[in-house]
Structure formats: C-alpha cells, structure tokens
Write a protein that binds this ligand. Structure first.
Ligand code: TXA
Ligand code: MG
Length: 326
C-alpha cells in the first residue's frame, strides 16, 4: 500500500494558478489527477520512472499493464515516438488529434516501465483545455491511466477520483463531468489495415472513412492489454447484462440501467437510470459510467443493464457493459 501524500490539497478549481501548481508537482515527481475529454486521468511525468511507479502503486495496477502517454502537440509526440511518415498516420493525427484516439507508435525516450517493456508506446493528444495546459506547463508528456483503482469503473467526475483515493493523491483538478464519458479508442496500424485494440469514442466507421483502410477489432486475450483484463470496469454492485430489460426483471433488490425510455413502468425496480431517453448513442456513452457509479452506491443486490445497438459508439458501450458484467 502506498502512503498518503502529505500535504494534501484535494479537489481544486482549474484556475491558471492551480494548473501551474499542478505542473510544479508533476515536475517534482508527484502524481496529479486531471480531466480529459474521455475520463479523469492519474498523471505523472512519463520520463521519470519513480513518478510512474507511484501511479502503478496508487492504482494497485500490475506492471504488465502499460500506460497511455499524453502529449500537448505533435511536436511533443515526435520527441517520444518515432513518427512514421506515411500518409495514413498523418491523416489519423491531423483528423483525430487532439481527441479520444490513442495510437501505438514505436517508442523513443520513454522508460520501459511506462510501456511494460513493449517496444510501442500508446500516445494521444487529449482534447481538453485543462489537460493540454497542464501538459504544456509541465513541459513533458504525462503517463496517465484512468484515475481508478485497478479493476474499477473509470471516473467521469472529480468526486469519483476523490472517493476512490482519498489522500493518496495530493491534487485533483476539477474539470466538471467529462464530455465523452468513455475511454479513448486504441488502435494499431497493421499492414494495410487498422486494428482496434479497445473500442471507444472514435468509431470504426470514422477510422475507415478517414483512411480508406479496413478496420478490425482485436480482442487481445494473450496479452493482458488493453483493457482486456477480466476485472476491468467493475461497478460497486454485480451487474447482469440482458438483451432488453423486461417487466419480469423488476425487483426491489435491483436497479435498472435502460438504454432508452422504457416501454413499461419501471417502478418495480429499487431505482433506475435511462442512458438516453431518445436512444442517442453519444448521449448514452457520456452517461454510462456516471450512472453505473450512482447505481453502485444504492442499497441493492444487483444492477440489471441492457445492451445497446451494436453499431457506431454502441460497440464501445457494449464492450464496457460486458466487462462490467464479467
Ligand atoms: O481515454 C483514455 O484513454 C484514458 C484517459 C485518461 O486518457 N486513459 C485510459 O488509460 O483509459 P488506462 O490505463 O486506463 O487504459 C489504457 C489501456 C490499457 O488497457 C493498456 O493495456 C493499454 O491502454 N496500453 C497502454 N499502453 C500500451 C502499449 N504500449 N501497448 C498496448 N496497449 C497499451
Ligand atoms: Mg483504465
């Protein structure tokens, strides 16, 4: 167990002074939680092994599960990865960065601890002003996993981070609820095709549209990467996943997570949430973890959730629901 960090500032507003102070902590080798457009991250100087080791310790994360490196510009990326000159990479980077796309690239000047010894580093430029400012002020990339203990749901609010870690993290920058609500899409470029290692906000169709390459999903069972460890994304209560929630599922010992407006009266459940009343997948994704956090706090025995259409962003939502149900 890692010791609580002293002193401790807790959740702070994203003022210029606070971001500068956070950057100072990062430079000193401390760990700071910050918002991105996907989920909150637990950031450390990606070039300082001792700082990165703290991230693993705080999260209780096994060293074989590598971290994503967050940069503020393509210029910065080029200092920490060998940038292929092919058009496909250029297109991906110019279309989707800053944004929720993580690309595996041959690493440079990055300690093995960050990549768990793999020759490739997972890199992205987040599309969040606070994150970009923090990275810029820190003058180095931030190695940052989602700010949750290993195996738990990713945080979409600063309060989730505070609740998970208490005083183990000296500073949490509050950027409000995250916009996307789901972790970034992770890809690797293969021979004339794109492999999605983790589905996320950037969809297969978008990747295909921009590159003209076929896109395939890789479930990485041999390697415990990325996000493929079975214990990922667990809410605080067991989750049962069904195709469609029906009235016979209703019990007072259960809470329900509907995709869209239910076509029956859901009062038979202890409580319920609707990801998107209109059935909009983007809205649904942005609510998913927030609602799972909320339902997990209720005095119930089980959460019943239903699948969403397996298309567009629905692929990523179903992926997280299945992992929560394992
Ligand atoms: O949206 C996100 O990606 C968030 C925010 C904070 O940026 N980060 C995030 O990090 O979800 P994390 O550590 O919770 O998940 C990153 C996944 C892990 O499952 C890890 O196995 C995979 O990315 N990964 C990281 N580096 C890798 C590498 N070099 N090769 C293969 N997989 C890698
Ligand atoms: Mg994570």
């Amino acid at each position: 167990m890692s010791q609580p960090n002293k002193p401790f500032w807790g959740i702070v507003k994203p003022t210029k002074e606070n971001i500068e102070f956070a950057a100072k902590l990062i430079k000193e080798g401390q760990v700071v939680a910050f918002p991105t457009e996907t989920v909150y991250g637990l950031g450390a100087d990606a070039t300082q092994e001792r700082a990165v080791a703290k991230v693993f310790a705080i999260k209780n994360r096994p060293f074989f599960d590598p971290l994503i490196v967050h940069c503020a510009s393509i210029e910065m990326v080029s200092q920490f990865a060998h940038l292929p000159t092919t058009k496909v990479y250029q297109k991906l980077m110019s279309q989707f960065w800053p944004g929720p796309l993580t690309i595996l690239l041959p690493k440079k000047n990055i300690p093995d601890l960050v990549t768990s010894g793999f020759p490739e580093v997972a890199i992205r430029i987040p599309n969040n002003k606070i994150a970009l400012e923090l990275i810029t002020k820190s003058e180095i990339p931030l190695a940052a996993p989602s700010a949750n203990p290993f195996g738990k749901l990713s945080p979409t609010k600063a309060e989730h981070v505070a609740k998970y870690f208490g005083e183990k993290i000296p500073l949490i920058i509050d950027g409000g609820p995250t916009e996307k609500g789901l972790e970034s899409t992770i890809i690797r470029l293969g021979e004339r095709r794109i492999q999605i290692l983790r589905p996320g906000p950037i969809t297969a169709r978008q990747l295909n549209y921009v590159t003209n390459l076929p896109v395939q999903y890789i479930e990485n069972h041999k390697n415990p990467t990325p996000g493929s460890a079975n214990s990922h994304y667990k809410p605080n209560k067991p989750l049962k996943l069904v195709k469609e929630i029906s009235p016979i599922d209703a019990k007072k010992s259960r809470a329900a997570l509907f995709f869209k407006k239910p076509n029956f009266n859901p009062d038979g459940f202890y409580d319920y949430r609707v990801l998107s009343f209109a059935g909009d997948l983007f809205e649904a994704a942005s609510h998913l973890f927030t609602y799972l956090h909320e339902l997990g706090e209720l005095p119930i025995e089980e959460i019943v959730a239903e699948e969403v259409p397996e298309e567009s962003l629905g692929v990523a939502i179903n992926n997280r629901l299945r992992k929560a149900a394992l």
